[in-house]
Design a protein around this ligand. Structure first.
Ligand SMILES: NC(=O)c1ccc[n+]([C@@H]2O[C@H](COP(=O)([O-])OP(=O)(O)OC[C@H]3O[C@@H](n4cnc5c(N)ncnc54)[C@H](OP(=O)(O)O)[C@@H]3O)[C@@H](O)[C@H]2O)c1
Length: 152
């Protein structure tokens, strides 16, 4: 079996980095994929930009990122349910992405079903379609299974 650092040589797109699974995945990638840049898709808040949200995540998880090269992480502002609104400038930066790792989901299990379907089903499809359309060097796509993944 090839070491992970030899498999993950190109750029990586990661979703869900403000969440539990995503932030740990980011730390793992920084540690074990030393040749890759990691692009993280983060949705902006009402009054706070995606980059600031990511910086807060870094501050809150200082121990996790200790000794790791955070400068290899690049923030892409966007919501996976509206991938068509990701700026052309950000899309261009994703040109060399070879691996996409999708960890984003709604885990608010008590949300109304239409909201859960919007994110976990239609959002997942939208993100996959975005990757197939805009990442010409994509070789692998990892989907984290979640509730309602198998609805369609
Ligand atoms: N935690 C576990 O032990 C575990 C076990 C098995 C499977 N899983 C699965 O792993 C996945 C992640 O779980 P988690 O515990 O990390 O969940 P989490 O802590 O609730 O994180 C969810 C992440 O998804 C992002 N997200 C939600 N909607 C989005 C959207 N429309 N566009 C972009 N990003 C969006 C959230 O961003 P915001 O900050 O913007 O909301 C957050 O970063 C889920 O599918 C879950 O079912 C988790």
């Amino acid at each position: 079996m090839q070491p992970i650092k030899d498999v993950l040589r190109g750029d990586i797109l990661l979703t869900g980095v403000t969440g539990f699974v995503g932030v740990v995945t980011l730390a793992k990638l920084l540690r074990h994929a030393p040749h890759s840049r990691v692009f993280v898709l983060v949705r902006p808040g009402n009054k706070i930009g995606a980059r600031t949200r990511f910086e807060t995540v870094c501050e809150q998880n200082g121990i996790l990122f200790m000794g790791l090269d955070i400068a290899r992480v690049h923030v892409v502002s966007g919501d996976m349910t509206a991938c068509d609104k990701i700026s052309a400038e950000d899309v261009a930066t994703l040109h060399n992405v070879t691996t996409a790792i999708h960890c984003a989901a709604s885990t608010e299990w008590r949300s109304p079903l239409p909201e859960l379907l919007k994110i976990n089903v239609h959002g997942a499809v939208a993100l996959f379609t975005f990757c197939l359309t805009h990442l010409p060097k994509l070789r692998s796509y990892v989907h984290t299974s979640t509730s309602y993944s198998y609805v369609v």
